[in-house]
Design a binder for this molecule. Structure first.
Ligand code: MN
Length: 247
């Protein structure tokens, strides 16, 4: 079953992560989650075949084609993981803080370029490219845009699990030479930093009563995700007990 590994690794009575549920339809969304676990890394996920195909990218994605980012394929995640942001408690798989770093739509590209340019491909082509280990796709996100490839590599390391891929930006108008991912350290859903999400000691509290400035949200599905995040935030605020003033 597609989400068995996801299920096996987690205790759902302890983690706030969503349960394993296979979706019938895929909307071709993508998410990049910044995950401060044992080590900080970025989880890159493409919605496909009713799940989120997932890779852990230690250095995070880049818009510079010179950066070939190691991407370790990990277990498929349920589609509802798409807007998961929060803290996975100590002692659980992936314990640490998760921030939604980017969100958007993706489309498969045809494996063969036309006049040196990649053109949109079909779902069937995407499935075949993934199986072959050379998936080409186009992202339309808030931070990541343009053409990319995920290429399965044969590792020379002994003990390699065969799950190593490279995430590579293709040359196009969205290239940013010397791309610095650390310039972008807030959630695209809630505007919070990892420290604010994790409630780190000394970090500024998230006190704004209004949603963070996010610019215009053109896509309805994105507006939905943001509205859900806002409702969760409002609900969690209500749970905080009001301190009695010392009389
Ligand atoms: Mn992770």
């Amino acid at each position: 079953m597609p989400l068995d590994e996801y299920k096996r690794k987690r205790r759902f009575e302890e983690t706030p992560e969503p349960p394993p549920k296979l979706e019938k339809r895929s909307q071709h969304r993508f998410v990049v989650q910044c995950h401060r676990a044992t080590r900080l890394h970025y989880d890159f996920r493409l919605e496909m075949e009713g799940v989120l195909k997932s890779w852990a990218v230690p250095k995070g994605p880049s818009l510079d084609p010179a950066d070939k980012r190691l991407a370790m394929q990990v277990e498929d995640h349920p589609v509802s993981y798409f807007d998961f942001e929060g803290t996975i408690p100590e002692g659980n798989y992936g314990a640490g803080t998760v921030m939604v770093w980017d969100i958007g739509k993706w489309e498969p590209l045809s494996p063969v370029p036309v006049d040196g340019e990649y053109v949109p491909g079909t779902e069937k082509e995407a499935v075949e490219m993934l199986a072959k280990g050379d998936l080409k796709f186009r992202l339309k996100g808030k931070r990541l845009n343009g053409d990319f490839a995920l290429v399965h590599i044969k590792s020379r390391r002994s003990g390699s699990k065969g799950n190593e891929w490279l995430l590579i930006k293709k040359k196009d108008n969205d290239v940013v030479p010397g791309y610095d991912i650390e310039k972008y350290n807030t959630s695209v859903l809630t505007g919070r930093t990892l420290a604010q999400i994790g409630g780190d000691e000394g970090s500024a509290e998230w006190t704004s009563s209004r949603p963070a400035a996010r610019g215009k949200l053109k896509a309805a599905w994105l507006a939905d995700a943001v509205a859900r995040a806002d409702r969760k935030k409002a609900a969690s605020k209500k749970k905080v007990p009001i301190r009695k003033r010392a009389s």
